[in-house]
Design a protein around this ligand. Structure first.
Ligand code: ZN
Length: 451
């Protein structure tokens, strides 16, 4: 049955930048059929009837948006879904990685933990309006399975490192897992696999090259942590006399499929190189500023036409997985740094959270804007809450006023997955209890969880 959302403020993020204060979105099965101002709806229905798209007397399921702002589903381009149990552990500790993360990962992470954590994380994503996510972690077969079961659009990236990890003995084994994953999901309508090396110095150049070639062959995204860490900058300078981006160009792993995560320490020359190869960037501002690592030069990247999407990074690094926090931090930080109140107009930041993020993942023709033929990935952000009145400019309201809990209803591929702020397919309390029980059987039980 065809569905139609009415009585909403429609923010399309299409190339024309259409916004309709009183608009509609019509969709059927997984796809958007039409969107426009409500005053044009009658004409559109007659046109569809003449074309045979609508049968005479055909009825719709009508959805009253109740003056919500209707946006394309948000896109999180860099996440580690398996790391929910680590959230809040050693947040202010100088060497958190070695004191908390690595020992706990070695002791407690297995396929079951990754799966339960992923289920929780996807619940959190959907409830905050994220309809597409790129994950890079371990046990990605389990991650992909949960993505499929929960209805989100996702790319499951198998992490590759030279040293042994919690799911693979070495890089070759991880790449083989990645290849099998890509093959297993190659015909899936929403979920796909990818091989995602950990970083520029934790993999040998041959490993990076092999992963890149496999990803390009499969038409999927090649992503890794780039220009993020002190040791990374020093090691590549000493060994090759290059920045991480120069090094990636040197070994031939930059192209339109490449998505460099973080990319904090990038020079103007680096940005030119990224633009030349059509690569994209995952901007993880909440994670980067919390870790005092610096912030990527996004205005420079935009000046060179690079697609920059948002990434929350894992819950251990950025804590929450929603993009409203990323949008606000991006605005405040970059305006402040540029000493320019007019820098980064809100529309540009909403674009990063939607269409630019979709392009960065190679999904720009599928999601990221409200347009006919695209997937019906739609989010209704209510305007009833105290923080959401008045709304003069929906972009402003989304970036400066809205918080994740304003997300009321979420559709992915036309299916309603969040209704009135609750998951439709799943019981979140059960997801949380299952994860808690599993954590209590591991070293996490000694970490003094208070809730
Ligand atoms: Zn990361």
């Amino acid at each position: 049955m065809k569905k139609i959302i009415k009585n909403g403020i429609i923010v399309t993020m299409n190339a024309a930048g259409d916004v309709w204060d009183h608009g509609y979105v019509m969709f059927e099965d997984t796809k958007i059929l039409a969107a426009g101002p409500e005053e044009d709806l009658e004409k559109k229905l007659q046109e569809f009837t003449a074309q045979g798209i609508l049968k005479p007397g055909e009825t719709f399921e009508e959805i009253d948006a109740k003056r919500a702002i209707v946006i394309p589903g948000l896109v999180n381009t860099h996440c580690h879904l398996g790391m929910i149990p680590f959230r809040g552990l050693g947040d202010d500790c100088k060497d958190r990685l070695r004191v908390f993360l690595l020992p706990m990962e070695n002791q407690a992470m297995d396929a079951e933990m990754a799966s339960l954590s992923t289920r929780y994380a996807i619940g959190e994503l959907l409830l905050s309006g994220v309809t597409t996510v790129l994950d890079m972690y371990y046990f990605e077969e389990a991650v992909a399975k949960v993505m499929d079961e929960m209805g989100i659009r996702g790319i499951a990236g198998e992490t590759v490192m030279e040293k042994d990890s919690c799911d693979s003995k070495n890089a070759d084994e991880a790449i083989e897992r990645g290849i099998a994953l890509i093959e297993a999901y190659k015909d899936h309508p929403r979920v796909s696999g990818a091989i995602t090396p950990h970083g520029t110095t934790t993999c040998r150049p041959e490993t990076l090259k092999r992963a890149y070639e496999e990803d390009v062959k499969a038409g999927t995204v090649f992503t890794l942590h780039v220009a993020e860490m002190d040791y990374e900058m020093t090691q590549l300078r000493e060994q090759y006399g290059m920045t991480p981006i120069e090094f990636m160009e040197h070994i031939g792993v930059l192209g339109p499929n490449t998505l460099t995560a973080h990319s904090i320490r990038t020079t103007e020359h680096d940005v030119e190189i990224l633009a030349k190869h059509g690569a994209s960037v995952a901007h993880c501002i909440a994670s980067n500023t919390k870790a005092a690592k610096g912030v990527a030069p996004v205005s420079l990247m935009h000046k060179h036409g690079i697609s920059v999407g948002f990434g929350t990074d894992g819950p251990a690094s950025g804590n929450t997985l929603d993009l409203f926090i990323q949008m606000r931090m991006c605005e405040n930080f970059h305006k402040n740094e540029l000493r320019d109140r007019s820098a980064f107009p809100a529309k540009e930041v909403v674009s990063m959270a939607t269409i630019e993020g979709a392009r960065a993942l190679g999904l720009g023709d599928i999601t990221g804007s409200i347009e006919p033929e695209k997937q019906a990935d739609l989010v209704l952000v209510e305007t009833d809450s105290p923080n959401m009145f008045p709304v003069y400019d929906p972009y402003s309201a989304l970036v400066y006023s809205a918080i994740a809990s304003n997300v009321r209803d979420v559709y992915v591929a036309g299916e309603c997955l969040v209704k009135e702020k609750k998951l439709v397919r799943e019981d979140f309390a059960k997801i949380r209890n299952d994860l808690r029980e599993k954590m209590e059987q591991t070293a996490f039980k000694d970490m003094k969880n208070l809730v």
